[in-house]
Structure formats: C-alpha cells, structure tokens
Design a protein. Sequence first.
Length: 253
Amino acid sequence: MKAPGPFLLAVVAAVPICAAPVWRAPTELPFGKLAVLELREEDPKQPPLPRPGDEKIGPLFLRSVEAMPDGRGWKLTVQALTPGIAVLPPLDLGDGRRTPELRLKVDRSIPFGAPWMGVGGGREDDLPEIPFPYGWASLLLLPFVLLGYYLVRRWRRNSGKRLQKKAKAAFAKAWPPSSKQREALDAAHAAGREWLSTVVGEEARSWGPKDFRAQSLDPWATWVESLDAARFGRATPAFPPLLDLKRSLGGQS
C-alpha cells in the first residue's frame, strides 16, 4: 500500500479548517452604534452551533442574539464602545468547535470643527447642558401674574374706602369728648378733620362754620362752634350727637 501523497495530506489537514464556523461581518463597525455580525456553520454535516457569548464578545458589547432561519448560525447585534481595532479572539463554543479570530476596525470620526463627543471619555465627552427654557416656563406664571395684578388693583381702588372707614371709627371713638380738657378737645377735633378729609376732600381740614353751612353740613358747623365754645369754657352750643354728624355725611361717605 502506497503512503498518502502530500496533496492528500493537505486536504485532510484542511478539513478541520473548512469545518470551523465562519464569521460574516462588515469591514468596519460604527463607533457607539449597533451592528450585526453573523456566525455560521458552513458544513451541513455539523450540528447547529451553540449560542455564543453572554454579555461581551471580545471588546464588543453583545446586545442581542437571534438564531438564523435555517438554523445554521446566529445573528449577533453588537456595539463597539472603544475606537481602534477590535480583536475577537477564538471562542470556544463548548462542543469542541472554535470560532476563528476576527479583527474589525472601529472608526470614530466627526465632521471638521464639530465637538468630539462619545462614550467613556473624559470631560470632552460630556454632552453640553440643555439650557432651561425660562421663556416658556414663565408662561406658567402668567395666571398668577394676572391674579396678582387684579388683587393689587382692587386693593388700591378700595384704599380710599379703607381709610374712610378707619377715620370714621377713630372719630366715633373720640366723639363726644370725654372731658373739656384741651387734650380731649384737640383729639376730637383732629379725628373729625381726618374723617372729613377722607369723605369731602383735603379742603375740609380748613373749613369754618360758614363753609360747612354752604355745603349743607349744618351739624358740622355746629360741631366747630361747640368745640370753640368748649375751649373757652362755654356750654353752648352743645356738642352735636354723633348720629347727626354721620347722617349729614351719609350721602357722601
């Protein structure tokens, strides 16, 4: 029997190589993006390939694994997060078969002048902060601004009524005077003039009896005369009742 020739030995030596699983992959992988690699068993006599990988295949992150429709291999969705040359070393599939080594170029390129952003870098890889939309957010304050404007306007519009009510209460407390002492008479006079100024106007602070009668405010004319009489110890005219003074201003207050 003749010894096998060198050609036959070369064919036999090549059988394990031909029977090894085969990678089908693009020449380059995009940096940070998903790409699909195929691992196939070309020899139909070999059993289906076991599921390869767990979380990573070499330096590539394994995102999903999908069996091929013909059952002869797997589609591996991977993501490259390191630029340069990604080397996938031979993988032991657990049944005696090993994948061949695979080298893939991971290109990381950007347009000229654009910011160099990516994954896993330093401060240069941090994305710029999105500015807070103060203009749009301020629209949420519009209802509160309108409400505040309405309340302030209403408060200012009613300020005169509040002052008048306060002055009226102060006069009612001071009239008639508790005594004919000068302090009590001056307090009653000041409170009355203050109330008159809020109802009639500031000019009422200097009105005398003739002015009050000209304005049909006869009780207030008597009010002035009674205070002057009390300062000099006279009893007439008497202090007009508080109710008469209020009624005389009823149409104006």
